[in-house]
Ligand binder design. Structure first.
Ligand code: ZN
Ligand code: ZN
Length: 306
C-alpha cells in the first residue's frame, strides 16, 4: 500500500508580485480560497503540507527590505500597487488558522518572497537569505520549517536547503508520455487529465541528504475553455485522474503527490473539485486502503530507511 501527499503553495499575493499583469481573480480570491481549503480539509479530516511564503509570517513591514540581497526593486509591488493591500502581503491570521485547525497540518516553506531558486540571476547568497528570513520569521511565531516547495517549481540551490536544516522538497513531476504530443500544451493537458493515470512517485534521498518528494499531479493545471468543454462532456476529468492516482497508491507502493495553490479556489466548481477528491481519498483511507502523509512524514520515513 502506498500513500497520498497533498502540498499547497500558500502565497497570497507573493506568487504574482513580479508579474506585470497578475491574474486578478486568483489574487482577489487568495484569502477566501485559503479559508475554504482549511474548511475542506477539516470536513474530510485530511492533513496537508502548507508551504507558506515567509513574508506572510510578518505582521508589518515598510516594503523596503534594505538588507535583503534581492534589492529594493524586487519589493516594488509592496510599495506600489499593493501598498494599500496588506491582505495580500501578510498572513494576518491565516497561518494561525492552519495551525489551530483540528487537522494535523504541516507548515512548510515556499521561500521568503517567491524568489525563483533555479533562475540564473539567483545566486547562492540570495537563496540562503530567502531561507534564513523564512526560518526567522516562522521562528518568531513558534513554527519550525522542514519541507520546502520551490517557487514556480524551479529547483535550484538545494545545498542551501540542507544548510538551513530543511529535510525535504517537492521535486519536478516525472516526464509523462504525452510530453511530446503534437498539438501543443492544451492537447497535452487534456490527454494527461483524461487518458492516463498520473504517476506514483518514489521519494528518495538526494546527494545533499534531502528527501525529494516529487510531484504527481497539479490539480489546477488544466483550466480555461478546455476544462469547460471536458467537464460538460463527462464530469471533471481532473477528479477522475486524481481518483485513478489514489487507486494506484492503494494498489502499489509509492506516493501519489497532489498539489495546488489555495488561490486556485476561485469559483464554486473549484471547491467542488477539491471536495470530490478529498471525499474519495477519505473514503479510501477510512477503509484502510491508503495512508495520507505530510511531506515531512515522508522525509522521516525515507530518511530512516537505508
Ligand atoms: Zn515586506
Ligand atoms: Zn508559488
Amino acid at each position: 500500500m502506498g500513500s497520498v501527499v497533498l502540498s499547497l503553495d500558500a502565497e497570497l499575493g507573493w506568487g504574482f508580485h513580479d508579474l506585470e499583469s497578475p491574474p486578478t481573480a486568483r489574487v482577489d480570491h487568495a484569502r477566501n480560497g485559503w479559508k475554504r481549503l482549511i474548511d475542506c480539509f477539516e470536513e474530510f479530516d485530511v492533513p496537508a503540507t502548507w508551504a507558506v511564503v515567509g513574508h506572510l509570517f510578518l505582521d508589518d513591514c515598510d516594503g523596503t527590505h534594505a538588507s535583503h540581497p534581492a534589492g529594493e526593486s524586487w519589493f516594488a509591488a509592496e510599495r506600489g500597487r499593493w501598498r494599500s493591500r496588506p491582505e495580500l502581503r501578510f498572513g494576518d491570521g491565516l497561518i494561525e488558522r492552519v495551525n489551530e485547525s483540528d487537522v494535523d497540518h504541516e507548515i512548510g516553506c515556499h521561500s521568503f518572497s517567491h524568489v525563483l531558486f533555479g533562475d540564473r540571476r539567483t545566486d547562492r547568497a540570495l537563496a540562503l537569505a530567502e531561507l534564513e528570513a523564512s526560518v526567522d520569521a516562522a521562528g518568531e511565531k513558534g513554527v519550525a520549517l522542514s519541507s520546502f516547495v520551490f517557487p514556480r517549481n524551479v529547483v535550484g540551490h538545494r545545498d542551501t536547503l540542507a544548510e538551513s536544516d530543511f529535510s525535504c522538497y517537492r521535486g519536478a513531476a516525472p516526464a509523462r508520455r504525452f510530453d511530446e504530443l503534437p498539438g501543443g500544451r492544451p492537447l497535452r493537458k487534456l490527454a494527461e487529465a483524461t487518458i492516463d493515470a498520473p504517476p506514483l512517485v518514489s521519494p528518495y534521498r538526494d546527494e545533499f541528504g534531502l528527501v525529494n518528494v516529487p510531484a504527481s499531479l497539479y490539480l489546477f493545471g488544466f483550466e480555461g475553455a478546455a476544462r469547460s468543454v471536458a467537464e460538460s462532456a463527462r464530469g471533471d476529468p481532473v477528479v477522475a485522474a486524481a481518483k485513478r492516482g489514489i487507486d494506484a497508491a492503494a494498489r502499489r507502493e509509492g506516493v501519489f503527490h497532489l498539489w495546488l495553490h489555495p488561490n486556485n479556489l476561485v469559483a464554486s466548481r473549484d471547491t467542488r473539485r477539491m471536495r470530490a477528491v478529498l471525499a474519495y481519498l477519505a473514503r479510501k483511507r477510512d477503509a484502510g486502503g491508503v495512508s495520507i502523509e505530510t511531506m515531512c512524514e515522508v522525509a522521516e520515513r525515507v530518511g530512516i530507511t537505508p
